[in-house]
Structure formats: structure tokens, C-alpha cells
Ligand binder design. Structure first.
Ligand SMILES: Nc1ncnc2c1ncn2[C@@H]1O[C@H](COP(=O)(O)OP(=O)(O)OP(=O)(O)O)[C@@H](O)[C@H]1O
Ligand SMILES: [Mg+2]
Length: 352
């Protein structure tokens, strides 16, 4: 099978800002947010929160979980052919529009719907002691379900031309069901196309049938501990991973991400095999910005899949990329992602 793309990302496109949690922001949001998680908020709330932290905003960039992953892949210099499916609104600041920014990174935008008349998604990340709380206003991303429905056939064809499709969450109610239909059609059309799925906190905890269907279809389900428990409903890691892997095609993997390393679960016949991939945990005072570290982990898994590497090598690359991200604010360290990737490729070549 000859694929047109190595990786196509599917998900939100946001304007991201990062600021330390101020006492004013804390009191503004008291009772209204789940600290440490990702919360959908209205335009007025995100606007008020932005104002309380205004002078303290430390970095702004285009973001969105799948965007972060695909942009990181572009920076690895691995020469991957990348595409994106999403809806781009107008950024709330001056500068190049989202579509142009994607194109500059060499990411194909044929199926990025451009809606310049509408505000883009906005995501404010409030950081404290290495933990981040995301306030997300969906903006133009709320048009995603409509975008997928109106161009269903083109989207299915586009995704079927990818070696791997990486799906992340959208916050509107309809997208999960429409995406599940799209991906079921992709599975029929191109069974060789791998699906990686990072549901994030909101989808993992939603308990809906379409999100469960996406998790069942995925060849790699990427979650942190909190999200795994939310997806698996209750019980410990093994129980929750077992629930996810009980159905679906063979070879599916659940990755459980923690500061101390990643546990991969894979089903082999009636057995569930777990393997822990340890790493040196960074001390909290060294973590400059945890926003998007999970997205960089996904980039490692995807780069390894694209290069035909073993999934354990993908875990190692993902951990190295996430670690690098944690040491830098937003995308400030992206110029060095190629060096992280090369280092990984060199070690891999050495160990055979
Ligand atoms: N202190 C730490 N030292 C080293 N690695 C860490 C540390 N904390 C987290 N990590 C790694 O960073 C990644 C964080 O992934 P996780 O999915 O938990 O992020 P997240 O909170 O969902 O972030 P986002 O969705 O914004 O990317 C994991 O790969 C984890 O192993
Ligand atoms: Mg995440």
C-alpha cells in the first residue's frame, strides 16, 4: 500500500496562551473549573480569565492537541508527509492566519476548513507547580461535525490515504458520533491505516457510546492515569486497560502515561501483557510548562509507527519528546526537536 500521508491529525485548532494561576484568576474561577483538567468555558469566561492574567501571559501560539502533535512531527525533521482535518477561525491577535501557519510547517490543509469570519478556538492554560488547567472556548471548532458531514466522502478518502490517523477531542456534542462514522468508513476502505487516539480528559470522562467506539477502533489509545480510569469506569490500570482491549482488532495497545514512565498494555489471546517503560522523573521545579507534553508523547509514537520502528522504540521517543517539552514554554524548544529525534534514531541504529 502506498500512502499519500504518513500522519494526518484530526482535532481542534486553537489560539493558546499560557499564564501562571493568579489569585484573581483563582477567585474568578472558584467552583467553576476542575483544576488540573480541561474545561469547556464560554467566550465570556475565557475572556474574563484572560483579562485577570493579561500582563502575566508568558507565551502564545497556535495549538490544539492533534495540531501540537503534527507540528512537533514537522519539527523532528523526519521528513514525514503530514496533513490535518479541522476548522480554522480567525485568531484573536494579529499575525498569520492558522491555515498559513500550517502550510509553513509543510502540513497539508486541503481539508482544513477556513472560517475567517468566526473566532478560532481559544485555550488558556493556567499553570502552577508543573500542573496545568485548560480553559477552552471552542469557537470555530464547533463547526467540525458539520464540516465532516458536508465533506464526508472527501474526508474518508483523505484519511484512507494516511498510514496513521491521529484523533483528538473536540468539545461539541456531535463530533464524536460523526467521527466514529468517518473512521468506521476509513477502516472499511483502508484496513492498513492505523488509528491512534488521545481522548483527553473531557472525552475520556464523557462515557458516551461514540467515544467508546473510537477507543475500540483505535490501534493505540493514549491516556494518562486519570483518563484511563475515566475511560475504564472503575478499578485499577489492568482492569481498565483490559476493558478497552477486550474488543477490537488484534495488536491494539493502551499506553498509560505517568511522570515515572509509560505502561503499555497489549492483548495476546486471553492474556493481557503489561510492560512498564521507566524514565527518570523530572523534579517539579524543572517542569516549566506541562501543557502539550502528552501531545509530544503522541508525536513519538507516531514517528516510530511511520518509520516502521517497534512500538517500544516509539514509547522511548515519545518520552524523550515529552521530557523536552516539559523543559520549555509552549513551542520554545521546538527548534531542538530534530536533535532529540536524531539522538533517538542513532541509539536505535546502535542497538539494532
Ligand atoms: N515530571 C515528569 N518528568 C518526566 N516526564 C513527565 C513528567 N510529568 C509528565 N511526564 C510525561 O509527560 C507526558 C504527559 O502526558 P499527559 O497525557 O499526562 O499530559 P496531559 O496533561 O494530558 O497534557 P496535554 O494534553 O496538554 O498534552 C507523559 O508522557 C509523561 O510520561
Ligand atoms: Mg493530554
Amino acid at each position: 500500500m502506498v500512502f499519500r500521508f504518513d500522519v494526518v491529525g484530526v482535532g481542534a485548532l486553537n489560539f493558546d496562551s499560557i499564564a501562571p494561576v493568579s489569585p484573581a484568576a483563582r477567585s474568578l474561577l472558584r467552583g467553576g473549573v476542575d483544576w488540573g483538567a480541561e474545561c469547556r468555558v464560554g467566550a465570556a469566561t475565557v475572556d474574563a480569565a484572560m483579562r485577570t492574567v493579561h500582563a502575566a501571559v508568558v507565551r502564545v501560539a497556535v495549538g490544539g492537541s492533534a495540531y501540537n502533535t503534527v507540528a512537533a512531527l514537522a519539527h523532528t525533521g523526519a521528513g514525514l508527509r503530514l496533513g490535518y482535518v479541522g476548522v480554522a477561525g480567525r485568531l484573536p491577535v494579529p499575525g498569520a492566519p492558522i491555515v498559513q501557519r500550517l502550510q509553513r510547517l509543510g502540513i497539508d490543509t486541503e481539508l482544513v476548513r477556513d472560517v475567517p469570519g468566526e473566532l478560532s478556538g481559544v485555550c488558556l492554560s493556567l499553570v502552577k507547580d508543573g500542573e496545568r488547567t485548560l480553559l477552552v472556548h471552542p469557537g470555530a471548532n464547533d463547526r467540525m461535525a458539520g464540516h465532516l458531514e458536508s465533506r464526508f466522502e472527501q474526508v474518508v478518502q483523505y484519511l484512507s490515504a494516511a498510514r496513521t490517523v491521529h484523533v483528538t477531542s473536540l468539545l461539541d456534542e456531535r463530533s464524536p458520533a460523526v467521527l466514529a462514522d468517518v473512521l468506521a468508513a476509513v477502516r472499511d476502505r483502508s484496513p492498513e491505516t492505523a488509528l491512534t487516539f488521545d481522548p483527553g480528559h473531557v472525552w475520556a470522562g464523557s462515557g458516551t457510546a461514540p467515544v467508546a467506539a473510537l477507543a475500540t477502533m483505535a490501534d493505540h489509545v493514549l491516556v494518562n492515569e486519570r483518563e484511563l480510569l475515566a475511560l475504564g469506569a472503575t478499578g485499577d490500570d489492568t482492569w481498565a486497560a483490559d476493558r478497552i482491549l477486550r474488543v477490537g482488532r488484534p495488536g491494539r495497545v493502551v499506553h498509560v502515561k505517568r511522570p515515572a514512565g509509560v505502561t503499555t498494555f497489549i492483548r495476546s489471546g486471553p492474556l493481557l501483557r503489561a510492560r512498564f517503560h521507566p524514565q527518570d522523573t523530572l523534579a517539579a521545579d524543572l517542569v516549566l510548562d506541562a501543557t502539550g507534553a502528552g501531545d509530544l508523547y503522541a508525536a513519538g509514537v507516531l514517528a516510530a509507527l511511520a518509520g516502521g520502528a517497534h512500538q517500544h522504540d516509539g514509547v522511548r521517543l515519545g518520552l524523550a519528546l515529552a521530557r523536552h517539552k516539559l523543559l520549555h514554554l509552549a513551542d520554545a524548544g521546538h527548534a531542538d526537536l530534530a536533535a532529540v529525534y536524531e539522538d533517538w534514531a542513532r541509539r536505535r541504529a546502535r542497538t539494532g
